[in-house]
Design a protein around this ligand. Structure first.
Ligand SMILES: *Cc1c(COP(=O)(O)O)cnc(C)c1O
Length: 377
């Protein structure tokens, strides 16, 4: 059996090696390493794929979030609502910009931000909501849009884990994750669903004015060369990464199908097992399975991870500590017990290997090992 990995980038590369190698050599020969034609080409390819007017490439997903908040003119003291169960980036950029993070709990089935909790957290200082489409499935954007319209709030979608997912709106139109709010942010970190061979990110918007501002901010706040009209940052996607992404974008839907197939295999294997809750499929969204995450019930998670490791199976916990209990983000407003769903998920979730190259033999070995442990312990 092929070695099992959380993400198997090598096997994926081997299938597209010729194309990738050729484009990388082209970039070297062109020496257009920064802002070369590949960056522009990727930008338009992604605009077409997403059905959005503007894609602004940048250096990583964290920068995308930061630049989005800068472009919206958020100021120190403004409150930004974000989920407590997520990756740190959101809380990080809110804190770096001197904004006030207002954390809220998530839905126990979808792991995504709970619209009812958002409503409760709104104050006169609230300016924006950051729905994070966690693990590959969209938040309830209909409900979030309704709240945002009613309270005059910006929506910044963190779609780092859900690029390519489709959301079915109330009016039955279908939109891609990240194209529904005012701004969408994504990451091309190698292990993401659309990953490059280094760091990368992008910002999406349909708003022409915002797009202009976003482009200026990622380029040192510069409008005309060496004339700086606002404070910006240096955040670029390099030409090598764009060249890789152009090729991988063509395969993104087929990659999502491969992930879905693996997820369905796991779903069937664990069906009826009372100690494992398989991922809930949210009826309004497709699931692109950035992660396949089980919620364990009465299972010694650490021992399970050890048991799997001994059988050559990696497993990870995303995320072991919710934001409000992280040392760096301690806040007198929050204490243990504040967000019971996030806290319980942090204690009980486990993510199994999930990528585009898993074969039946591997899936069978993984699910048999998980079942063997939970049925005997
Ligand atoms: C990966 C990720 C980010 C950050 O992306 P980087 O490119 O690593 O900066 C932000 N939010 C979420 C939900 C992510 O998964």
């Amino acid at each position: 059996m092929k070695k099992i990995q959380m993400v198997d980038l090598k096997s994926q590369y081997e299938k597209i090696k010729n194309e990738i190698d050729k484009s990388i050599i082209n970039v070297i020969e062109s020496t257009a390493f920064i802002n070369g034609p590949e960056v522009n080409n990727f930008q338009s390819d992604l605009e077409k794929y997403l059905g959005i007017k503007h894609v602004i490439p940048c250096a990583n997903g964290t920068d995308a979030l930061q630049v989005a908040m800068m472009a919206l003119g958020l100021k120190p003291g403004d409150e930004v609502i974000a989920p407590s169960f997520t990756f740190v980036a959101t809380a990080e950029v809110i804190a770096l910009l001197g904004l006030t993070p207002v954390l809220v709990d998530v839905n126990p089935d979808t792991f995504n931000i709970d619209p009812k909790a958002i409503i409760k957290a709104i104050t006169p200082k609230t300016k924006a909501i950051v729905p994070v489409h966690l693990f590959g499935q969209c938040c309830d954007m209909d409900a979030i849009i309704e709240i945002a319209v009613e309270n005059n709030l910006f929506i910044i979608e963190d779609t780092c884990q859900a690029i390519g997912a489709d959301f079915k709106m109330k009016d039955s139109s279908v939109k891609k994750a990240g194209t529904i709010g005012h701004i969408g942010c994504t990451s091309f970190f190698p292990s993401k669903n659309l990953g490059c061979y280094g760091d990368g990110g992008a910002i999406f918007t349909n708003d022409d004015e915002l797009a202009k501002k976003l482009r200026i901010i990622v380029n040192h706040g510069m409008t005309v060369r060496y004339y700086h009209d606002m404070i910006g940052v240096n955040s670029r996607l390099d030409s090598f990464q764009a060249a890789v992404l152009r090729i991988k974008l063509k395969h993104l839907d087929e990659y999502a199908d491969a992930r879905e197939k693996a997820a369905s295999y796991y779903d069937r294997a664990f069906e009826g097992c009372l100690k494992l809750k398989t991922p809930t499929r949210f009826e309004k969204s497709t699931h692109v399975f950035h992660q396949y995450t089980l919620v364990t019930n009465n299972v010694d998670r650490l021992k399970l991870i050890e048991f799997l490791q001994e059988r050559g199976i990696p497993a990870m916990v995303y995320y072991p500590i919710p934001m409000h209990l992280q040392k760096a983000y301690q806040d007198s407003r929050y204490h243990e017990g504040e967000f019971p769903v996030s806290e319980s998920l942090s204690k009980n979730v486990i993510s199994l290997p999930m990528h585009t190259e898993l074969d039946e033999e591997q899936l069978e070995h993984i699910s048999n090992a998980v079942l063997e442990f939970v049925n005997e312990n």
